[in-house]
Ligand binder design. Sequence first.
Ligand SMILES: Cc1cc2nc3c(=O)[nH]c(=O)nc-3n(C[C@H](O)[C@H](O)[C@H](O)COP(=O)(O)OP(=O)(O)OC[C@H]3O[C@@H](n4cnc5c(N)ncnc54)[C@H](O)[C@@H]3O)c2cc1C
Ligand code: SF4
Ligand code: SF4
Length: 407
Amino acid sequence: MTVIEEPAADAPPPPVLTREEGRWTHQWRELYEEVITSGLCTGCSACVISCPHDVIGYEHREGGYRPFHLEEELGKDDCVHGQKGCTSCTRACPRFRDWEPTADEHLFGRVREEAELHGIAEQVLLVRAADDHVHELGQDGGLVSAILIWLLDEGYIDGALVSYLEGDGSTWRAKPGVATNREEVLAAAGSRYTYCANWLAYDEAKERGLDNLALVGMGCQTSASPVMWSRKIGKVGKPIRFNIGLLCSKTFDDRIFDELFDAKYGIKREAIKKMNIKGVFQIWTHDGEYHEVPLKECHAWTREGCNHCPDFAAEHADISTGGIGKFNDWTLTVVRTELGRAVMTRMVKAGLVEVKPSEEDPAALALMDRLSRVSRNRWPEQAVAFPRLMPPPPPKKPKPAPAAEPA
Ligand SMILES: Cc1cc2nc3c(=O)[nH]c(=O)nc-3n(C[C@H](O)[C@H](O)[C@H](O)COP(=O)(O)OP(=O)(O)OC[C@H]3O[C@@H](n4cnc5c(N)ncnc54)[C@H](O)[C@@H]3O)c2cc1C
Ligand code: SF4
Ligand code: SF4
């Protein structure tokens, strides 16, 4: 278990809860004004797949990753169906109004404490898939793929919303898709650092008659399920049985491949075998070479939807996973819900994963909290109060006075 620090005695009081009360009447017009054009929209696509009238469009490519209205009738900022009472898009949106306490309360029966920097958690562990092949194909410990394979084998789910690469993978363009068996899960293993709106695979899953799904995604995507359930969206939220989160501080625009990796370092998309981010952008190429690109050179290609995201640790997943820390081939694993704990316990019993305590890598825990704090501080002042709930940063050390000039 991680140790939760007590808030400092002089910490400011938590902001007052501004919960939505009464009948939910919010529609596209409010979503457009308060989320889409205000900079809060992450492009998660939950509103798109939730629209019962199919009037929300989305382009899954550079310059896109934003919902837009497909009907011209009332202009792009209003919706005929919304005017008639349709509220599905705002019920789905994990950035609309009091989304954070809504998701917290639905999953945990309470709102996170100030000191719970990486969100409400039961346990933090280091985990790796026991199956060597799964482990090798996974980005870190292969835990995400191991969980999906187990959930499918046990019949808890019949499909998972994941991220693939287009075609033979040589373009490195991420594409949402559905995995229904071990081979498909493993074809989707590994991380892409451009955005992949995995919710968009939902329609394919429904068309294939899949009723019990797992969702894999960054926090912006996994917060959508509890928000939908709590706001009583109806049948759209029902198929999601298990949420697996990916720790994330940003994604990059796809143009980074051509405009930085190729233009400055001569690394072509098709030459790339694997990527990771560990303080630097690490790139392994098919010719056996290894390259490092400093992260500060990459910042110019940060995807716009990430700029105000406050959730590093995917706080509303059943289990959140990351790769920070000194053990490269283990997945740093935050077990959050009872369901998450039940899955982990049964997988350990079945010998499908190896586990060690996260206390073996205290620096990883400290870094997770530090990165969580950095993300929280991105939530804009003018937005609703809740995601700013955080302890004040530690005081800066005073700078030593400059030495006096010799006379
Ligand atoms: C964009 C992004 C940013 C990340 N940033 C951090 C970070 O800053 N710090 C950190 O500790 N960890 C980060 N991670 C998480 C880390 O890279 C691993 O995904 C995580 O540790 C799980 O590893 P694994 O071996 O258990 O998963 P695997 O078994 O390899 O499974 C990974 C799963 O993630 C899905 N996936 C891959 N890319 C994407 C994508 N772009 N969008 C949605 N789903 C995807 C795959 O379909 C697969 O199901 C990030 C992941 C992504 C995708
Ligand atoms: S954050 Fe997601 S659900 Fe909300 S408006 Fe943006 S794409 Fe839609
Ligand atoms: S930083 Fe990560 S979790 Fe946040 S919006 Fe971007 S992709 Fe989503």
